[in-house]
Design a protein around this ligand. Structure first.
Ligand SMILES: [Zn+2]
Ligand SMILES: [Zn+2]
Length: 371
């Protein structure tokens, strides 16, 4: 195994008193410049190897000390073998090209597509029945031109030179405690193990393109405002055929001015005129599934509640329905003609104690419709 006889400090372009940080910085700059995958210079490979070797020696105090005292001969005497990248220098090399993210495992590994989110707004009455909506998504899908391959059809795809096609690299480091083996995703090919000679013209090698899609989403009856529906596999396409992510559709249920929803129960009000309340009346009210005729007995009081059992919202993923409660309001005339005023005054002159007293049996019956 040939080692260079050139001075390591000169190779990195730093002084003999350079500290750790300066050495690392110089190495990263040179590695970016001289990496054989990047540089066209005919001697790039050789120079790159020399720079890596120089960095290997100077980045560790142990070998740097040997080299400072005895030069190249001192290293050989100490059993130093260049080219056996240890984990330290290799991770520095990756960082030089790809930033620290790759090393932390956040970058690139062959993986499942990302999830995506969309929102849809529906009416309360639709939430009561259940409905379907077409929801537009911007989604990354497998490129049809290269079939997700990333390579221009017909062009060569070879094994990644860094990892030899494995997609992963094993680093063995030796210490007094023994041998440590660490495996990490190859940063050159982002774990794919492939080197693409000519990237696909359509997706530029990504294997995926962004497309506008409309997905029909089934919204179950009884859904609550803000709930999310997951569409498994409807998210962004994965890399190289890996599983797609999921899509999440957040459902907003638009408030209906006629109703207040509380859980699965529905509340509304009904206005009875003073005479309707006093004489009794049949009044049409709005419910979730259309008009409903309600009978009000003579003497209906304001503040009373009529319960329509099972006429509320359906229970999501369950059985039955909530209730619809109708709060009775009695409207008192605001503008009276002279004639009306006279009639009311006359009515009042005929009123006695009994006129406004609750009928015992009627009151009990009335109470029974309350919850
Ligand atoms: Zn690779
Ligand atoms: Zn493509």
């Amino acid at each position: 195994m040939a080692t260079t006889q050139r001075d390591y400090y000169e190779l990195l372009g730093v002084g003999r008193d350079a500290d750790e940080g300066e050495i690392k910085k110089a190495f990263r700059r040179l590695a970016r410049e001289l990496h054989p995958d990047v540089s066209d210079a005919p001697d790039a490979h050789e120079r790159f190897r020399e720079v890596v070797e120089a960095y290997e020696v100077l980045s560790k105090s142990e070998t740097r000390e040997l080299y400072d005292r005895y030069g190249h001969a001192g290293l050989r005497g100490g059993g130093f073998q260049p080219g056996s990248f240890d984990f330290g220098s290799l991770s520095d090399l990756f960082a030089a090209f790809f930033g620290e993210d790759v090393l932390a495992g956040r970058g690139g590994a062959r993986g499942r597509g990302a999830d995506l989110a969309a929102a849809v707004e529906i009416e309360l009455v639709d939430a009561a029945r259940g409905t379907t909506r077409e929801v537009p998504f911007e989604v990354a899908v497998t490129c049809a031109h290269c079939d997700g391959d990333g390579a221009e059809p017909g062009s060569a795809v070879t094994a990644c030179p860094t990892c030899g096609g494995a997609g992963r690299l094993q680093q063995v480091s030796r210490s007094v405690f023994g041998e440590f083996v660490r495996t990490q995703t190859c940063a050159t090919c982002a774990g794919s193990g492939r080197r693409i000679e000519r990237p696909c013209n359509v997706c530029d090698g990504a294997g995926r393109v962004v497309e506008e899609r409309r997905i029909e989403v089934e919204i179950p009856a009884g859904i609550h405002d803000g709930q999310r529906i997951r569409l498994t596999g409807a998210g962004h396409a994965g890399q190289l055929g890996a599983r797609a992510g999921d899509a999440y559709v957040q459902v907003h249920v638009r408030p209906d001015p006629r109703f207040v929803r509380e859980g699965d129960d529905i509340f509304s009000t009904v206005d009875l005129t003073m005479t309707q309340a006093a004489l009794g009346a049949s009044v049409s009210i709005d419910t979730l599934d259309g008009d409903h005729e309600l009978e009000f007995e003579a003497g209906t009081q304001p503040g009373g509640i009529v319960v329509l059992r099972g006429r509320g919202m359906p229970v999501l993923n369950g059985f039955g329905h909530g209730d619809h409660r109708v709060l009775v309001n009695v409207v008192v005339p605001r503008h009276l003609s002279d004639e009306q005023r006279q009639l009311l005054a006359e009515f009042d002159s005929h009123a006695d104690e009994r006129t406004y007293t609750a009928d015992e049996s009627f009151f009990e019956k009335f109470k029974s419709v309350f919850r």
